[in-house]
Each structure stands twice: as C-alpha cells, then as structure tokens.
Design a protein around this ligand. Sequence first.
Ligand SMILES: Cc1ncc(COP(=O)(O)O)c(C=O)c1O
Length: 441
Amino acid sequence: MMSAVRRNLDAYWMPFTANRDFKKEPRVITGASGHYYTTDDGSKLYDTFSGLWTSGLGHCHPKIVEAVQKQVATLDYCMTFQVTNDKAVALADRVTNMAPGGMKKCFFTNSGSESVDTALKIALGYHRARGEGNRTRLIGRERGYHGVNFGGMSVGGMVPNRKVFSANLIPGVDHIRHTLDIEHNAFTRGQPAWGAHLADDLERLCGLHDGSNIAAVIVEPVAGSTGVLPPPVGYLERLREICDKHGILLIFDEVIAAFGRLARPFGAQRFGVTPDIITTAKGLTNGVIPMGAVLVRDSIYDAFMQAPEHMIELFHGYTYSGHPVAAAAGLATMDVYDEEGTFEQAAELEQPFEELLHSFADHKHVIDVRNFGLMGAIEMAPREGAPGARGGEAHKRCFWDENLVIRNGMDVLQFSPFLNSKPDEMQKSFESLRNVLDAIE
Ligand SMILES: Cc1ncc(COP(=O)(O)O)c(C=O)c1O
C-alpha cells in the first residue's frame, strides 16, 4: 500500500534534488538511530554520510535528545536582541574556549549559509570601522561552496549554483583557482605534495586590484561539497602569508571541517594555520537543531566597539540567533564530544577509512580517490554524453539494493563517516558500494 507520505509528496519542492525523478521512486526516511536510518517501508539503511556532514555522533544521540526535550519544556524561545538566554551565553563561551587562540567572540546564526553571509558582513564592517572603508573586494575560490545565500553564492565557485543568478551576484568579487589537479595529484592520500603555488593566485589578484582594496578571502580548508579537495601541503600557510602581507582577513569556512571531522575542534588547528574568522554550523549541534556560529578574533570585535555605548554596533542578527533549544543541543553535543573522546575516535578511524576508499583506486569506473580526515571522495569517469548519470545511479542502487545511503555530487561519490563509526560496519558499507559499482555501467 502506498504510504500517506508518498501520496502527499506532490506539494513538496525538494532542495538540491531532481524532483521529477525523485517523485517517481521516492526514498522516504521516517526514523533514525545511531548509524542507521529506517524508511517508510521498514528497511534499515546504513548512513555513510553522517546526515549531510552533520551528525558525527550518530542519529538521535540520547544525551542530545534529552537536552533538547528538557530545554523545549523550560524555555522554548526568547528574543535574543536586547535580552538573551543562559544556553546561548554558555555555548558561546564553550565554543570559543575550543577555538584557536585569540578567537574569543562568537555570533550565532541558523545555518552555514547564514554564517558565511554574517562573516562577509563582519569583514566589511571591520575594515570600515578602522577607517579602511575602501577594502570592499571579496575573494573566493573556484569550486568553493559557501551556501546558497547571495553573499555565499557570490564568493562560492560551484557553477550550477551560480549560473542562473549570474547577473545578480554581489559585485566586487573575484576567485582564485581551485586546487584540484588530477594530472599531478591523482590518488593522493591526504594532502597533495604538489600545488602550494596555487595560493599565489591571491598575490596576482592583489596585483590587479591593489591589496589595499581587498577585505577578505574565504576558503574551505578542505573543499567539501565540490568533491573533497584537500589543500596541497603549504597552500593554506601561503594564503595566510599573503593575507598578512596585504592586511586582508582570512576566513576559513569550517561548516564541514569543524567539530571533529578533521579530528580536532577546528580544521585550523589540524593545519596549524589560524584564520581571522571561522564559520561553522552542522556539527555544532550534531545536526539536531539548525544552528551556525561565526567565531572572530577579539581584535575584530573590538574594532566595532567604538560607537557610543548605547548604540548597536552591528546591525545584523536573526530572530533565531542563539535560540535556546538549539544552544542546548549545542551544549549537549560539546559534552558528548568531550565525554566520549569523539575527536580521538575520529583520528583512529582515519587510516582504515583511507584504506577502504583507496581500495577503489583500480576500479574500472574510478579516475581519482581523495581523502583528508574523515572526508573522502571517489571520483568516477562520467558516462559519454551523460555527466552525473553514473553517480546518480550508484546512489539509487545503493539505496534500493544495498540498504546504504551514499551521497553523490555528479559522478563524485562523497563520504563523511560517523566520527564514532564501527570499523566493521564501515568496511561492510564499502563492500556494498563495490557490489553496486561492479554492477553499473
Ligand atoms: C563549507 C560550507 N559552507 C556553507 C554551507 C551551507 O550550509 P547550510 O546548508 O547550512 O546553509 C555548507 C553546506 O554544506 C558548507 O559545506
């Protein structure tokens, strides 16, 4: 019998989904526990993507569930302009204490996209407050993903996301080159040795515009949604040097990288490169309640604190910035990371994960395998005249034939294992994937 959800699907315009194709054969999840989803027909599926890079601790973690239940019955909401709540205050303190040195201020948002737009606005406001209002240009990177709002889309470099809005992207934005070069770096494990010089593209743009006109550069330390592009050795260091030389703020978009995906609280700590601003979301609440946070250096916050004390310093914020239930989920998430030693668990999984991924290196469809931390990608050659078809079929076959949820971006299969994955389950999931890749054309 057709379930009610399938009958009612018509009204739902799904995000980042081929709606017509999906609705012919809907994949509907109705429950989750730990590392598995359940579907409306009662199947149990292993989740290889930890939600959408969100749920590193697994789904419905009892401690987070309990904290949310308690909070929603205690303080469901309060205005966060002009008054605040105990949980938002505690979470800002907690998260900044985990951050790289000097980044002790935290602004809450509700998503990665909002974190990015907030960070860009803070960067522009900072320069203006310091009397350098000429610094208005923003630099992103080709293939970068910084969400779908106008700011993030403009500094982002994912062509399909930008194409329709090309004439409406915000002005004054340039992009440095992306770092993927399969010719030089195919099947690299971890950071590629070749490519630090690609950061010099920023120096080129400083030459073109004069560095004194550039406000900020935003990059993902490991580009994620475009298909996992780890930075070449020395690349992030070089970006930092060029930013310092020209007085440009460096923003790391760590919506994926933060909170254990790179076995540290922040990717910046893993790479030993400290940006000026970090954007986060996803793992901040283990995906349980939407929430993002922007962390900034104290000196950036201080620059805003010059107007008369009764005046608002930054005319920016969202109705749900610092939402108490989201903040309670965030606090419980941080507790679990500490109590369960999640970041250490993640570190131990890196080697087995890398081996499993690279065991696909000689597969007939595969042209590259890339990984860093618990982020991985298997790139398949596109079918003649039908880019994306092979990846899409792999996703569907995994779901229907192997009880496995995988994510594909076109023909790149992406993997974001749980930070507390069980090695035997992870191995089994890659065996199931192999069955599918062997079977498809
Ligand atoms: C690096 C990065 N920035 C921003 C975003 C946008 O986050 P959201 O979808 O929560 O708006 C994402 C989402 O995947 C991301 O990976």
